[in-house]
Design a protein around this ligand. Structure first.
Ligand code: ZN
Length: 197
């Protein structure tokens, strides 16, 4: 796959919206001096709290293996972003005050909806690019070049010297169209849930 290459998912290399959300939170963590790996582990633990009873920092320590101090910093950031909420409770044995953390599902859904729309914009731009350009590919290196680049290189691969051949991007275009259609339907469903629900 060249630098213009479209992967098997039709350019969705950023993965699912949930993964995009995790990536975004890791970036925000980094700029807030919080270990992105701690954020990654904490958010995944909260996402897998299917009973929705909430997890205390002690629970999160057991699940993630990180220290409670760094876990609390990640939780505070999620709280500042209004993505996580807590309820006050009592430790079952010691009766000490405990905070049980859960993700705010409605807020998460709104952020995911926005991320999906960003992904859709990127995919539409990608489709437009694929449809309005001609490409050439090196059969040996599998690197793809736009027509102008290939022309500049005299249709010879700058890496290995092989003759470049025309690249048929029909499959990539069809894949992109299918992914876009699916995402558009998903977004319409989200809109009904979020704005009319
Ligand atoms: Zn080559």
């Amino acid at each position: 796959m060249g630098r213009d290459g479209v992967d098997a998912n039709g350019g969705m290399s950023e993965g699912s919206p949930i993964e995009a959300l995790i990536e975004l939170l890791k970036r925000i963590s980094k700029s807030s001096n919080i270990d992105p790996q701690v954020m990654d582990d904490v958010i995944r633990a909260l996402l897998s709290d299917s009973e929705g009873k909430g997890l205390s920092d002690e629970d999160l320590e057991k699940i993630t293996g990180h220290r409670q101090g760094v876990i609390r910093r990640a939780l505070r950031l999620l709280h500042d972003l209004r993505l996580a909420t807590y309820r006050r409770g009592r430790h079952p044995e010691t009766k000490a005050t405990r905070y049980y953390w859960t993700l705010d599902g409605d807020r998460i859904n709104i952020v995911l909806y926005q991320l999906k729309r960003n992904v859709l914009e990127k995919l539409r731009a990608r489709l437009q690019y694929e449809e309005s350009n001609e490409f050439f590919v090196c059969p040996k290196c599998n690197v793809r070049y736009e027509f102008n680049e290939a022309f500049e290189y005299d249709f010879t691969c700058p890496r290995c010297g092989s003759l470049l051949v025309e690249h048929d991007n029909k499959v990539a275009v069809a894949t992109l169209r299918a992914v876009i259609k699916k995402l558009e339907e998903e977004i319409r469903g989200d809109e009904e849930k979020i704005f009319r629900g």
